[in-house]
Design a protein. Structure first.
Length: 134
C-alpha cells in the first residue's frame, strides 16, 4: 500500500516558485505575464500596489476586504487573501489562490446569474390566460 501524501504541493508559475514571486514588486512580476496583461499592469501598477497595501492592513485585522474594483489584476502578494468583489448586486467572497495569478478580480464574480428555464407561468400560454381571467 502506498501512503498518500496529504500536503498540497504549490505549482510554479512560469518556472518561478510562488514564494519567489511574492518578493517581487508589481512591475517586476509583470515580466512573467502575457503582453496584454503586462501592459495593463504597467498602466495601473500604482493602483494595484495601493489596493494590496490597503487589503493587507484589513486582512491583518481579520476584516473582509470589499471592493468594487473588478479590473485589478491578481498579483502574488494577494495570494491567500479573502476578498469580496461587487458584481452589481452583492459582494461575492473569493479566496485568492495561485491559479488566479494574472487574471482580473471581475472574472471570479459573474455579473449575470445562470438562467433556469422552467414551465410557463400564468399568462405564458393561451390556456393559462383563460384561467387567469376567471
Amino acid at each position: 500500500m502506498a501512503i498518500i501524501e496529504t500536503t498540497k504541493k504549490q505549482l510554479p508559475y512560469r518556472g518561478k516558485e510562488i514564494e519567489e514571486l511574492k518578493t517581487l514588486s508589481v512591475r517586476e512580476f509583470s515580466k512573467y505575464l502575457k503582453s496584454r496583461t503586462r501592459r495593463a499592469i504597467l498602466r495601473q501598477f500604482q493602483e494595484i500596489e495601493d489596493f494590496v497595501s490597503r487589503a493587507k492592513k484589513k486582512s491583518d485585522k481579520n476584516k473582509q476586504v470589499r471592493t468594487h474594483k473588478r479590473t485589478i489584476i491578481i498579483v502574488p502578494q494577494m495570494i491567500g487573501m479573502k476578498i469580496a468583489i461587487y458584481n452589481g448586486h452583492e459582494f461575492m467572497p473569493i479566496d485568492i489562490t495561485s491559479q488566479m495569478l494574472g487574471h482580473r478580480l471581475g472574472e471570479f464574480a459573474p455579473t449575470r446569474g445562470k438562467v433556469k428555464h422552467t414551465g410557463a407561468g400564468i399568462g405564458g400560454s393561451k390556456g393559462t390566460k383563460a384561467k387567469a381571467k376567471k
